[in-house]
Structures are given as C-alpha cells and as structure tokens.
Design a protein around this ligand. Structure first.
Ligand code: FUB
Length: 331
C-alpha cells in the first residue's frame, strides 16, 4: 500500500499516536511537536508541546484530514505545559480525551477532557485525575465494558520518582535525572487503573503491571533491550491481552502477553525495530479485520528528536498472537 510508512501529514509535526475506529473512520490522537531551540537534557525539556490536533482517515490509504486544534494547554486549569502522548475513548455517547501534562509544581499528571465528537473540541476537567501520575496514558475498554488506563514513562516521564508511592524529588542535575532501579533490581513497570463509569476518575488505585521474563522473573533494570521505559499500549487478540511498550534508550517496541488485563504479562517478542530519531512510540489497532501499527519517526526533520511525524503500516499477527517484527524501512 503506497500510503504505508509515509508521514500522515506534513504541514505540522506530529508524534505519539494512538488510533481508534469511531463511526467507521480511523481517528488518530497524537502529540503536536513545535520547533524549539532547547537542547536534549534527558529530562524532555527539548519537547515543546502545547496543544493537540486530531487526525482522521476515512479508510486505509485515504488522505489524512487534520481537524485542527482539539485542546490547548491554556484551557486546562491545572496544567503548566508539556502536553505529551494522549489517548481517547468512547462511552455513554461521549468522547473522552486523556493527556499527560505537568501541573503547576512540575509534576506529570493525567488529565481528562470530554467532547461530543471524535475530533473534539474537548473540554478539560477542572483538575487532573486524582491518583494519576507520570505520562503516556493508553486506554482499553474490554468486552465486559470495563475501561482500564495504562500509564508510565521513565526519566523525563518521572515514573521512577513514584517508586515509594510518593513523588521523590531526586538529584535533578544527574543525567536524565534518573534515580530508579539499577542492575539486577526489577525494572520499573507501568501502572494500570480501572476507570469509573464517568470515565474521568479512577475506580481503583493505580497498581503495577508486572512484566516477567520466560522464567517468571521480573525483567531486570539492566535488561535495557526488553524492560519497560514508556509508551504502554494494550490490545486484545484471541481472548488474550498484549501489552506493548517502548524500551526508550534502546529504542525498541517490545510486547508481552497475559490472560488478565491487570497482568502479570510475560515477555513475548519485538514489535518494531528502532526508527529514525530517539523516541519510539506506537499504537496497535484493528480496522476491518486487519491490524495496523501506528508509529512515529523523525524522518521529516532529518532526525531531530523532538520534531516527529506519525506514520502507519499493516501489522501481521499470527493466530496464536505472535507479531511479525516490523522494520519501518525495509520491504
Ligand atoms: O512526546 C514526548 C514523549 O516522547 C512521549 O511522552 C514519549 O512516549 C516519547 O515519545
């Protein structure tokens, strides 16, 4: 398909896709990267993101439509900036938009905003979701109509700063400000919480989503090729749950499998090889019986980390759930 592995749009920089089928069309919810002089300090200061645009495809291969600004940080009472990777859901006749942003104290929280149409505009709730923290929310509504939010990201995403249950202000001068588990210690994992029926508050407290290796042991912090870093995404296939995620500084998208949406998940394989640019962030979506991988790279800016473009391609999933690894630049 000629539209595969090409920027969805070229008039703005876009990143961090999530994709959902609403009213028969594919809606893509992503970040909007802005030009910024700031250097990469490992804490994400180079990412300048103030608002969100919703994109859509009438079908696979159709031209991509930019529906314009759906939410701006100036309309989010609790947020100070850094509108990073979002996601969206539909329930009870309303569309819900979820986004991370830093609060007035520089701490990442997850916000919710509500709209009547899939492309927005969305009206932000007055406060962030009580109990939420870190970045990269991804939502899954299960067949029993329960909705779960998966979340987390290391370094600039601050996940390791919550490992005691409270936000620990670490040595912010360290490279990447990272003061989480090291070596043989269990790696940090994302968290999951069930949403209430109102879709803007948690029914359960965030709990760790365990990711185990083939021996049933936690993936280790030193296992940087496989351990969780950021960008969780969960899809359901053949009655099982698949958690895919970015390994951050080793730049892979990996995945793990479970019988339960809350985990534990067992490592299964690699979804996507590294792409042009530092970050790797994806979403797995079914449309008309086929599976698609939405991802981004920095090809449109010749490799500038914080100026990215969303692309997509078909994903091959075998009947047992095994995913054929994608190399975005081959085949
Ligand atoms: O876009 C900012 C951050 O970069 C996202 O939150 C991460 O997933 C990475 O893509």
């Amino acid at each position: 398909m000629s539209e595969f592995n090409k920027p969805l749009v070229t008039h703005i920089y876009t990143a961090d896709p999530s994709a959902h089928v609403f009213d028969g069309k594919i809606y893509i919810y992503g970040s909007h990267d802005l030009e910024n002089e700031g250097l990469d300090d490992g804490k994400g200061d180079h990412f300048k993101m103030m608002d969100y645009h919703v994109l859509s495809l009438d079908d696979i291969g159709a031209p991509c439509v930019d529906h314009g600004e759906a939410l701006h940080v100036k309309d989010v009472p609790w947020a100070s900036g850094r509108m990073w990777a979002p996601d969206a859901a539909f329930k009870n006749g309303k569309y819900y938009f979820y986004f991370p942003a830093q609060d007035k104290n520089g701490i990442f929280r997850i916000g919710a905003a509500v709209g009547d149409k899939p492309m927005g505009p969305f009206k932000a709730e007055p406060n962030y979701i009580e109990g939420s923290y870190s970045i990269d929310p991804a939502v899954l509504t299960d067949d029993d109509n329960k909705t779960y939010m998966y979340c987390g990201g290391l370094w600039g995403g601050q996940l390791e700063k919550w490992r005691t249950g409270e936000f620990i202000r670490g040595d912010e001068t360290k490279t990447a400000g990272y003061d989480g588990p090291q070596g043989d210690e269990p790696a940090m994992c994302p968290w999951v919480a069930e949403l209430n029926d109102d879709m803007v508050s948690f029914k359960t407290k965030p709990q760790e989503v365990k990711i185990l290796d083939e021996n049933g042991e936690f993936l280790k912090a030193s296992d940087t090729d496989r351990r969780f870093f950021e960008a969780p995404c969960v899809h359901k296939f053949g009655g099982k749950y698949y958690l895919s995620y970015s390994t951050g500084d080793t730049h892979f998208i990996q995945y793990a499998e479970s019988d339960n949406p809350l985990g534990p998940f067992t490592y299964k394989g690699k979804v996507l090889e590294p792409v042009i640019g530092w970050t790797n962030h994806h979403y797995i979506t079914e449309y008309k019986g086929k599976w698609y991988l939405f991802y981004h790279d920095s090809s449109m800016s010749d490799g500038v980390t914080h100026l990215r473009c969303i692309k997509y391609t078909e994903l091959n999933i075998a009947p047992d759930g095994t995913i054929t690894t994608v190399n975005a630049y081959e085949g």
